[in-house]
Ligand binder design. Structure first.
Ligand code: FRU
Length: 528
């Protein structure tokens, strides 16, 4: 017989909800989509459309985030680079648009670097230019049947990223005859004293090198018969990272593709290997990576086109990452009006060498979240009994800015099902089935789902690659998103959802007798 273990039941919150509820259908109007759905601690543009994160760099105490933005509408349109800055990765200050489209085209995705040595010569001696590289997308040429409408160009800033000037010699890389030719990401290669840029070219990544950021030479290409190819490759990233707890350094290629992700639509795979200044060679067990491989940065449906920050002062074994929290299958249809789309919470990536010698990219929430995580509950060795109510009725948790960490000893053939719900009958169900060693998220009853048949078409799954008996789960909950970090971030699932009223309750249901939660921590995120 199933035992039900209620992790927490937020009845007081529910009570206050049902009081407001008596206002009937006016409630949704008075609460409004804006208040119901705009995230508490995830970046969204003040107004209108956003997709990929672009050009992130850290300089003089500021994290810069640029993004694909259509400022005049709430669906994709002529692309600009929007801009926001933050000192703590939590409070974002949206700035004026950084780069506008012009006669060469829309401003598609790209990256930025801090040119500390002024290798570009674009600043006066002794000054530090910031160099952004982006794709020009000539929509007119595309309409007229051209296939060479995408090229790479440069803009630079001489005031720490606040204002941008386009380079006179644009485009710096002309289209070589490839229809999808975009999303340049630049990285400094310390060992070979050169800049490396990787871009996506249909079904492969192309690597270029440069000494001055304006003259680029094609070094090699990667992607033939390796990895997932169910769609066009987009938004790559390529960087060195020290393997956790070792002196070894590997290079990681992050490669988004759309469609063709593990759970359909847009998603991001990664490759690990060695780089000799010219060629990238994947490690032995990745050499023949098949289409259905398990090297995905995130298995959920809503983390796309993510790349890493340049010039952070992080240790060599960490990279700071952010992704677009949506999926091209339905991004333009999600039920928000004033703004559309948000970013994931920024994440720290680390590379772990496992006992079987495989390398896995782990993601965890950026440590800045610790500063606002107010511990509300800590308990160890929680034993279950049927219908045990573990959290007193008077708890005052706000479920839309919550962080939960727990450790559970798992055993075979059991289900561990979390149910996030409200009193309107909406429920988001996620967890782990040990019988088939699979994590899952089911949002088919999570609220508004009918805006796209793709949104809740299938239950998303992720294979567990850790074989530890102890399952560690970290949950980040906002109004319209859940980010699940399992096994310290070895397997991640990120998905969005749109409940009819705020979620008020989270319970853990298990089919196991004598079930124990080894450790439980619940934090309320305290935002400014
Ligand atoms: C990925 C993408 C990029 C492109 C941008 C256009 O989501 O398609 O390849 O540069 O969006 O907005």
């Amino acid at each position: 017989m199933k035992k039900f273990l209620c992790l927490f039941l937020l009845s007081q919150f529910m009570m206050s909800w049902s009081q407001t509820q008596s206002a009937g259908s006016d409630l949704n109007n008075s609460l409004g989509e804006e208040e119901l759905y705009r995230p508490n601690f995830h970046f969204t543009p003040e107004q209108n459309w956003m997709n990929d994160p672009n050009g992130m760099f850290f300089y003089e105490g500021q994290y810069h985030l640029f993004f694909q933005h259509y400022p005049d509408g709430n669906t994709w349109g002529p692309m600009h680079w929007g801009h926001a800055t933050s000192e703590n990765l939590l409070d974002w200050d949206e700035k004026p648009i950084a780069i506008y489209p012009d006669e060469l085209g829309y401003i598609f995705s790209g990256s930025a670097v801090v040119d500390l040595e002024n290798t570009s010569g674009l600043a006066e001696d002794g000054e530090t230019p910031i160099i952004a590289m982006f794709t020009y997308h000539d929509a007119e040429a595309e309409k007229n049947g051209s296939t060479t409408f995408q090229s790479q160009a440069i803009a630079y800033s001489l005031d720490q990223g606040q204002t941008w000037k386009k380079y006179d010699g644009n485009p710096v890389i002309k289209n070589p005859g490839i229809r999808d030719f975009r999303d340049p990401k630049i990285q400094w290669d310390e060992l070979n004293e050169q800049w490396i840029m990787v871009l996506a070219a249909q079904d492969k990544s192309l690597f270029y090198t440069s000494k001055n950021l304006t003259d680029w030479e094609l070094a090699f290409e990667f992607g033939n018969k390796i990895g997932a190819h169910g769609g066009v490759w987009e938004c790559p990233d390529f960087f060195p990272i020290q393997v956790k707890d070792s002196n070894e350094t590997k290079w990681v290629l992050i490669q988004s593709l759309n469609p063709g992700a593990y759970n359909g639509g847009s998603g991001t795979q990664y490759f690990v290997g060695d780089f000799d200044g010219k060629n990238f060679t994947p490690v032995a067990d990745q050499k023949n990576l098949e289409a259905n491989h398990t090297y995905w940065l995130d298995f959920g449906k809503d983390n796309y086109a993510g790349v890493t920050w340049a010039n952070t002062n992080m240790k060599e074994d960490h990279k700071l990452f952010i992704g677009w929290m949506s999926n091209w299958q339905y991004a333009e249809k999600v039920p928000t009006t004033k703004w559309r789309s948000s970013m994931t919470f920024p994440r720290e990536l680390t590379l772990v060498k496992k006992e079987d010698s495989s390398y896995r990219l782990f993601s965890e929430p950026a440590n800045q979240i610790d500063k606002i995580s107010k511990q509300k509950r800590q308990e160890s060795k929680i034993k279950s009994a049927e219908n045990t109510l573990l959290l007193a009725d008077d708890s005052k948790f706000e479920m839309d800015k919550l962080r939960v960490k727990l450790k559970v000893t798992i055993s075979g053939n059991k289900r561990y099902t979390f149910n996030l719900s409200n009193d309107q009958g909406d429920s988001l169900v996620f967890g782990f089935h040990s019988a088939d060693n699979t994590f899952f998220i089911d949002r088919s009853k999570s609220g508004k789902i009918n805006f796209s048949e793709k949104f809740a078409e299938k239950i998303s799954t992720a294979p567990r690659t850790s074989d530890d008996d102890l399952l560690e789960v970290e949950i980040l909950l906002d109004k319209t998103s859940i980010e699940l970090f399992y096994d310290e971030g070895e397997t991640v699932m990120t998905e969005i959802f749109f409940p009819n009223s705020p979620m008020t309750q989270l319970e853990l249901i298990t089919s196991e007798d004598n079930f124990t939660i080894e450790d439980l921590n619940i934090y309320q995120l305290e935002l400014n």
